[in-house]
Design a protein around this ligand. Structure first.
Ligand SMILES: Cc1cc2nc3c(=O)[nH]c(=O)nc-3n(C[C@H](O)[C@H](O)[C@H](O)COP(=O)(O)OP(=O)(O)OC[C@H]3O[C@@H](n4cnc5c(N)ncnc54)[C@H](O)[C@@H]3O)c2cc1C
Length: 386
């Protein structure tokens, strides 16, 4: 039951102004401006230091509208490259930046979006701050990013270091390279990801599907420099740098990740709302934000959000099975073969895969053809997962 409303208390307090919390606040500002929403974050700015990308096919038209002000760059297609396959895929791709997210939140929410507020505990009707103060609200939700639940996943890791490179001369790229796996296969499945942000500006990320979450930043930065050299790019400066390590989920128990008696609603990675194979959470964050705003008012937002997250978890079984094959059946330096094999498939199927909407026919096609992993090894790996 909700406590009685006080005149100035928010209807909805969102704790954590990263990707999911911020998008939830923006969805309310756009669709439900009458709802008093307050967004707080412990950092100096909303969204931290991030470039988030997505395929246009990941979102509904309404979702694409919501993120429109946050888009830094967009391209009509992207490339992939493997030792035995190169392809241009005509699915539009776009990147958002945390700088744009921060600016848009401040424009839309004004003083109802506040940074520098560290929260110790979130409960269904407010939050206790690090200094001991409390913010009361009719409802509160937790959007504080990855939490303890990550420890409950049976998973491998996708880790990366990305750098924005300033070049002496134009690079000539007209679209992103979403996977260049022609590089040396070190520490699992390795590929380079390149976003052409300007004629002489590139964002280059070196990514590993690895068994080890530790990031050797210096070694990876040196490999980015080698890649740039190999491409003939004369680097005159390095701007933004980001690094991360996100779970590639093989198994887990949804009820343990989000116990049914946990009465605090969650959004974002904390709710398990991400693609098990790619770790991308942007599409879920957008669609969940819109769904919550549309459904408001709710007596029990936590139940609404948990039900949604449980559905997403259940739909993720196929992707977790593929992750099992990738991590438990393929030898680390041969993992790229699984992706090389996948990219033989038609564009609409690839789009549905990334959107987490593979049909039964898609699933059969993904698993058909000459397998990149011996069947017996794959079956043993599947039998052995939690
Ligand atoms: C480097 C990197 C790149 C990624 N790129 C992509 C991508 O291209 N596309 C994609 O879809 N996904 C991407 N992901 C995965 C995922 O989408 C992001 O991690 C996304 O930011 C997760 O959103 P979130 O809102 O759940 O958490 P976060 O964005 O991490 O937000 C959590 C927020 O909570 C705040 N917070 C935490 N604790 C407290 C506290 N105690 N008090 C107050 N505030 C607190 C933090 O300051 C932060 O702003 C990437 C992840 C990483 C690490």
């Amino acid at each position: 039951m909700s406590p009685p409303d006080l005149p100035n208390q928010p209807d909805l307090l969102i704790v954590g102004g990263g990707l999911a919390g911020a998008l939830t606040a923006l969805a309310f500002a756009k669709l439900r401006p009458e709802v008093k929403v307050e967004l707080i974050d412990g950092g100096d700015s909303f969204g931290g230091n991030h470039v988030w990308s997505l395929f246009a096919s990941d979102l509904s038209a309404e979702g694409r509208d919501l993120i429109e002000p946050l888009v830094e760059a967009r391209w009509p297609a992207y490339d992939i490259a493997f030792p035995r396959r190169r392809r241009t895929i005509a699915t539009p791709y776009a990147s958002l930046t945390s700088e744009r997210l921060d600016a848009e939140l401040r424009r839309m929410l004004g003083d109802r979006a506040r940074t520098g507020i560290v929260v110790e505990n979130v409960d269904p009707h407010g939050a206790r701050l690090a200094g001991g103060d409390r913010i009361e609200s009719t409802h509160a939700i937790d959007a504080r990013g990855p939490g303890r639940e990550v420890a409950g996943y049976d998973c491998g890791w996708q880790k990366f270091v990305g750098q924005e490179l300033q070049l002496a001369a134009p690079h000539g790229l007209t679209r992103p390279i979403v996977m260049d796996a022609t590089v040396d296969q070190i520490d699992g499945y390795r590929f380079i990801y390149v976003l052409p942000f300007g004629p002489d500006r590139l964002f280059v990320e070196d990514t590993y599907y690895s068994d080890d979450p530790a990031i050797d930043r210096e070694a990876i930065a040196a490999r980015i420099a080698d890649y740039a050299h190999m491409k003939g790019w004369d680097v005159t400066g390095i701007g933004r740098e980001e690094q991360g390590c996100i779970p590639v989920v093989i198994g887990g128990d949804f009820d343990a990740l989000w116990p049914a008696d946990d009465a605090v609603g969650r959004v974002g990675v904390r709710a398990g709302l991400f693609h098990p194979t790619t770790g991308y959470s942007l599409p879920h964050a957008v669609e969940t934000a819109l769904a919550l705003a549309r459904a408001w008012p709710l007596d029990d937002p936590a139940a609404f959000l948990r039900q949604r997250a449980a559905r997403v978890w259940a739909r993720g079984g196929f992707y977790r099975m593929l992750d099992t094959m990738l991590f438990r059946a393929a030898k680390p330096h041969e993992r790229y073969r699984v992706l090389q094999h996948f990219y033989r498939l038609p564009r609409p199927l690839v789009e549905r895969f990334y959107a987490g909407k593979s049909t039964w026919v898609d699933r059969m096609k993904v698993l058909s053809g000459r397998p990149p992993i011996p069947i017996a090894v794959a079956m043993r790996a599947l039998a052995g997962r939690k």
